[in-house]
Design a protein around this ligand. Structure first.
Ligand SMILES: *[C@@H]1O[C@H](CO)[C@@H](O)[C@H](O)[C@H]1NC(C)=O
Ligand SMILES: *[C@@H]1O[C@H](CO)[C@@H](O)[C@H](O)[C@H]1NC(C)=O
Ligand SMILES: *[C@@H]1O[C@H](CO)[C@@H](O)[C@H](O)[C@H]1NC(C)=O
Ligand SMILES: *[C@@H]1O[C@H](CO)[C@@H](O)[C@H](O)[C@H]1NC(C)=O
Ligand SMILES: *[C@@H]1O[C@H](CO)[C@@H](O)[C@H](O)[C@H]1NC(C)=O
Length: 534
């Protein structure tokens, strides 16, 4: 009996978890493929709103059709009141109408319209993106703009990185990004967005939806506040002036006005303080490397690799050297279109937010990695077994102990900040021996990164310290060693996934572990400048 009740409780608890506040990670903007249902959700909402208009219309029609009849009777009476009322049939009728019919009309008018549609709306409220989703999306947009130094004015008009698209951002979209950056204490970034808003509001005054207004005074005040935060008081003053013209008694604006004028009076020679920009070398390194290879680097050369396995003697891989030290090669045509669509199809159903292993140094605060992924076991089906064999042919490594495949899809401005793939167990207290990151399997000796899609703009893989730059191309893969010949992490393999600008970027990674490779690892010439041996 006790057991039965416990089961029941577990079931109830479980079902409230599933039906109530669902613990599922959504983070919509982190992966393009998981945003597809949002369009379906929006269609449902539109259909529902249309049904709502139908309900309104139905009521309207009923009233309209009755209006004619009752007005006609009333007109008839008013044309000659005495004669109308002198007939008792009419006299009786007006008393009854006013006592009964009009009470019923009042009740009918009071009846709410569209309750079903409203109920349906409530039932979908948990599916709507949250504030966090909006922030992630704002961050993605801001990342694209700042990483590639795009002009906000061009970007919002659909001129993205030099290419004109038939899409643009609405004023509400622009204001959202600006407000987010302001909230995140990035006033000079916020200003670039917010200053686009007032002009547009003026132009849109007539076409703005009246029930979703953006108040001009709010937009101006936010821009003024951003200027003040950015210590540009002289820019803030005219904005506040305009606010006061629109809303002379706004206490918040009056406070800002006083603060600003006080500041200007006390420090008339407002000299630009040059220490405003924080110095963030690593962020700059990321930005620099994402903006393309420094000199028009010519790839070293292409060749067919016939060596290693018997398979390769029959079907050599077309190989391209990206760089020799550290060694990075690009393999062409390693996955077929069919294999790719199977991998993506499998993963798309099961995407989870990607996590960064805790001991690898990537800034956590700003979401060092924005993507969703799915782990596929190497032996899960014929396809993964075939790909495993292919990686063994490509690299010569034994994959028996290596990690599963991680299939990853990036979202809005999706990126992976500069990082190394190796753990460097030696220099940290690694205790985790059970997870897939287990120390027993050795460090990540090498990485194979498959590109499953082309990316229209952005999304390159860059090795910032050595200037390698690889654009994703469906079916290709890059391979590199993370460790030097002594087994120490090679810091020059620090790499990043640049923000996707336009496109859906899918990749698949395989991290090969060191343990089984003792007798396999080819002896590379020892790299210069990496004598970090302890
Ligand atoms: C809208 O109304 C139609 C017909 O009454 C119904 O079949 C449909 O499910 C409704 N759609 C929504 C989204 O409520
Ligand atoms: C751009 O979009 C508008 C409206 O969505 C459409 O009418 C027009 O044909 C599109 N133009 C191009 C070149 O796609
Ligand atoms: C204030 O803003 C103006 C115009 O945007 C700009 O030219 C100027 O450099 C800014 N001054 C400071 C101190 O940031
Ligand atoms: C061919 O591939 C094997 C295994 O990856 C590698 O060890 C070898 O260096 C490659 N050959 C050339 C010429 O790069
Ligand atoms: C490793 O452990 C020591 C002692 O427990 C501690 O002082 C040190 O901070 C740890 N280092 C890291 C990188 O966690």
């Amino acid at each position: 009996m006790g057991y039965f009740i416990r089961c029941l409780l577990v079931m109830l608890f479980h079902s409230t978890l599933v039906l109530g506040h669902r613990p599922l990670e959504k983070s919509h903007s982190l992966s393009l493929v998981t945003m597809v249902p949002l369009l379906e959700l929006e269609k449902k909402l539109i259909d529902n709103l249309e049904n709502y208009t139908n309900a309104l219309e139905q009521k309207l029609e009923i009233i309209r059709s009755q209006l004619l009849v009752i007005r006609a009777e009333n007109e008839k009476g008013r044309r000659n009141a005495i004669s109308y009322l002198s007939n008792p049939l009419n006299g009786f009728s007006i008393i009854r109408r006013l006592h009964q019919d009009w009470i019923n009309w009042r009740k009918y008018m009071e009846q709410p319209v569209g309750i079903w549609q409203l109920k349906a709306f409530y039932s979908w409220k948990d599916e709507l993106p949250t504030e966090r989703d909006l922030w992630d999306a704002c961050e993605g947009i801001a990342r694209i703009q700042s990483t590639y130094d795009l002009k906000v004015g061009d970007f919002i008009n659909g001129n993205i990185n030099g290419k004109q698209y038939n899409d643009s951002m609405s004023t509400a979209d622009i204001l959202s990004v600006g407000a987010y950056l302001f909230m995140k204490n990035r006033p000079s970034d916020a200003i670039q967005w917010l200053q686009e808003v007032p002009q547009r509001l003026q132009e849109e005054l007539l076409i703005q939806p009246r029930h979703l207004p953006i108040k001009e005074v709010d937009a101006l005040r936010l821009l003024a506040e951003a200027q003040i935060k950015d210590q540009n008081y002289s820019e803030a003053l005219p904005l506040l002036h305009n606010c006061l013209k629109l809303q002379p008694h706004d206490a918040r604006v009056l406070r800002l006005w006083k603060k600003t004028t006080d500041f200007i009076e006390n420090q008339p020679d407002q000299s630009p303080t040059e220490n405003k920009k924080r110095n963030v070398p690593i962020a700059n390194a990321f930005k620099l490397s994402c903006n393309g290879p420094l000199e028009s680097s010519t790839r070293l050369h292409c060749f067919y690799n016939f060596t290693t396995t018997p398979f390769l003697r029959l079907a050599p891989l077309k190989t391209e050297q990206i760089g020799l030290d550290p060694y990075v090669v690009l393999y062409h045509e390693v996955l077929s279109a069919r294999e790719i669509s199977m991998l993506i199809g499998k993963a798309a159903q099961n995407m989870k937010n990607t996590k960064i292993h805790k001991e690898r140094a990537v800034p956590k605060k700003n979401r060092g990695r924005t993507a969703k992924g799915f782990w596929l076991k190497k032996e899960s089906n014929e396809l993964t077994k075939r790909i495993t064999r292919r990686i063994m042919d490509m690299t010569g490594f034994d994959l028996a102990d290596s990690e599963g495949f991680q299939v990853i899809n990036y979202g809005i401005g999706g990126h992976y900040f500069l990082h190394m793939d190796y753990f460097d167990f030696a220099s940290s207290n690694h205790t985790d021996t059970r997870s897939r990151y287990s120390i027993d399997l050795g460090d990540r000796i090498a990485t194979v990164l498959f590109y499953l899609t082309d990316v229209e703009q952005g999304g390159a893989t860059v090795f910032g310290d050595v200037g390698y730059y690889v654009s994703p191309q469906a079916g290709t893969a890059i391979f590199w060693y993370n460790l030097d010949t002594d087994g120490n992490g090679d810091p020059r393999t620090r790499h990043a996934a640049c923000p996707v600008i336009v496109g859906s970027k899918w990749v698949m990674t395989e991290w090969i572990r060191e343990k089984r490779q003792i007798f396999i690892r080819p002896c590379l010439p020892k790299a210069k400048g990496t004598s970090t041996k302890s």
